[in-house]
Design a protein. Structure first.
Length: 181
């Protein structure tokens, strides 16, 4: 699969995505990645949250709307890459987490809906930090160098998203944000 084809230049790190491959099937690794795929803090949650915020932000400012829309598209690429990795590991990428959801299907309560623009942007930044922390944890738990490379590459995009969201927060709210943890 050519993941570069749909990459949004301003919204993703310029480095290429590694080829999706694994050393060997591993259902434990697949189950860990299911939380990144459709768990409480996951690509599916980020996509849903950013699209919801986009519906409001595009009415406030065209560029702010484009930011949320394009970050959501980048997260869709991450979700597709993780799904392909889960499949190579022998798993089944249904829309469910593993440990964070006790194996239950994803649901809309995972999204931070918010009311105010500034609170929504802070929640979006917080989501990116939590995603990075989850990926870093999984990099430590997974000894497959191919899977580690995929997660490290996704983290690069998440860092871009934090920067872009903080730029928007500064423009519209007069501040930047970094969670305490």
């Amino acid at each position: 699969m050519d993941y570069e084809m749909h990459k949004k230049d301003k919204y993703a790190d310029p480095s290429p995505y590694p080829e999706v491959q694994v050393l060997s099937p591993n259902l434990y690794y697949a189950s860990l990645l299911m939380d990144d795929y459709a768990g409480l803090v996951s690509e599916f949650t980020a996509i849903s949250q950013y699209l919801y915020h986009y519906f409001f932000f595009k009415l406030i400012d065209k560029n702010l709307g484009e930011l949320l829309e394009n970050v959501a598209i980048t997260e869709m690429h991450h979700m597709e890459i993780i799904a392909a990795t889960v499949k190579k590991l022998g798993g089944n990428p249904i829309i469910a987490g593993s440990y964070s959801t006790c194996g239950n299907f994803w649901n809309g309560s995972f999204v931070y809906y918010g009311v105010q623009l500034c609170d929504r942007l802070k929640a979006d930044i917080d989501s990116e930090y939590k995603a990075i922390a989850g990926y870093q944890k999984h990099i430590r738990m997974i000894s497959d160098p191919y899977v580690q490379a995929i997660l490290r590459r996704i983290i690069l995009d998440e860092k871009i998203h934090i920067r872009l969201f903080n730029e928007a927060l500064l423009k519209f709210c007069g501040c930047t944000y970094k969670p305490l943890n």
